[in-house]
Design a protein around this ligand. Structure first.
Ligand code: ATP
Length: 372
């Protein structure tokens, strides 16, 4: 248990059976989450999946229909928003335009008549690297700088949990990428629990230790970014986090940890994550960058699954990689991303190729899932 929690209590943010209905529409459905203290946690999902509603319930801005929220063992489900040790940073920075940067950051402390405000403001501005901007008004700052003021203003209150609701959504792509790294650095430095809401998978994966992928008011899968990417458990997660080739197949038999799948007439091996039975229908998933492409009969240096009979239907040079579309004998086009090392040969539109990948890079999804 954490220092502030009752003996034996979970010291992080715990959500149990949390449900929110708006009339007959259920936006969040019996959600269970354990968010470890001091972690950077992301709620990721498409528009309307319920992430903002979840965040607003943690902030106390929305009353749950049912379920509980506890922080360090204390039930805060019905606690007034301003009494929760929780602060929120929104996409709209909501800075006071007539106050300068330092006054904006000091605002929460001054209102509570805290002593030593100046030193704390100085430390916060140093943390977000805005020491030299203290006397500027928000309108004189860039979007990224304004967002850092908003962050400093929230952090100076020393919340136990900082909620971030699409905080980088208003920034252009390049600034957004550098702010992702910046916010992650700040989180590491202050060591507080950050809960970040985004629909941008790259953002969630860049920033968070743990990502919960939401869809239709429920968490489809939760884990470390690499775990979700390497081992998605549903076609939704496979497609939402990056690109996937999903190929229909039938389980033929299984060994201890490999399943043999008849994939459109080609036999491939896929790691087994649960018990599969002969005849089970499923999807073999393989990421485009894990597929090797070679001339027909080439011994691709993957001791793995070779799929012959491909024809290149599109070639896109995108700098770091060349992205191919390859039409397979069963009519499906697969994506292949070949890294541009400067040494490999390029393939041309219409060329015959074969594809190959290592069995351990593939994953098997149940056919009960929606088709890709
Ligand atoms: P976005 O990224 O677009 O904000 P989200 O995943 O954050 O999406 P929510 O804002 O949590 O989604 O909304 C989930 C669903 O609940 C949506 O279908 C939304 O229309 C609905 N909803 C949210 N707030 C209300 C409300 N006050 N009244 C009625 N329906 C609402």
């Amino acid at each position: 248990a954490g220092p502030s929690g009752p003996e034996g209590a979970y010291d992080g943010l715990r959500i149990r059976a949390l449900t929110k209905s708006f009339g007959s529409y259920t936006a969040v459905r019996s959600l269970d989450l354990d968010i470890p203290r001091g972690s950077f946690f992301a709620l990721l999902g498409p528009s309307g999946c319920g992430k903002t509603t979840t965040l607003r319930m943690v902030a106390g801005l929305e009353q749950p229909t049912s379920g509980t929220i506890t922080l360090a063992g204390e039930d805060i489900t019905r606690t007034k928003p301003y009494r929760r040790p929780v602060n929120t940073v929104f996409q709209s920075y909501a800075l006071f335009p007539h106050l300068d940067v330092a006054e904006n950051v000091a605002f929460g402390l001054k209102r509570r008549k805290v002593k030593d405000v100046d030193a704390q403001v100085e430390a916060m501005l140093a943390l977000v690297e805005l020491e030299t901007q203290a006397t500027k008004k928000p309108a004189q700052l860039s979007g990224g700088q304004q967002q850092r003021v908003a962050l400093a203003r929230a952090l100076i209150n020393r919340p136990e949990v900082l909620l971030l609701d699409e905080p980088l959504g208003a920034l252009d792509l390049k600034l957004r990428r550098s702010m992702q790294i910046e916010v992650k650095r700040i989180q590491t430095e202050v060591g507080l629990t950050f809960v970040h809401v985004t629909h941008d998978q790259e953002e969630a994966m860049t920033m968070a230790d743990t990502v919960a992928v939401m869809n239709g008011g429920v968490v489809e899968q939760m884990g470390a970014p690499s775990e979700l990417y390497e081992n998605p458990r549903s076609t939704f997660v496979a497609n939402f986090l990056g690109q996937s080739n999903l190929i229909e197949g039938t389980v033929r038999h299984r060994d201890a940890d490999l399943v043999t799948v008849d994939m459109q007439g080609v036999t491939v091996s896929v790691p087994a994550h649960r018990v599969h039975t002969d005849g089970d229908r499923g999807w073999v998933g393989i990421r485009p960058e894990k597929v090797l492409i070679g001339e027909v009969g080439a011994e691709l240096d993957a001791p793995g699954n070779t799929v012959p009979g491909g024809v290149i239907t599109d070639v896109s040079f995108v700098g770091v990689s060349t992205q191919y579309l390859v039409r397979m004998p069963w009519g499906q086009e697969l994506q292949v991303f070949a890294q541009n090392t400067g040494r490999q040969r390029m393939f041309a539109h219409g060329e015959q190729v074969e594809l190959s990948w290592r069995p351990e890079y593939a994953f098997l999804l149940d056919a009960l899932q929606d088709a890709a």
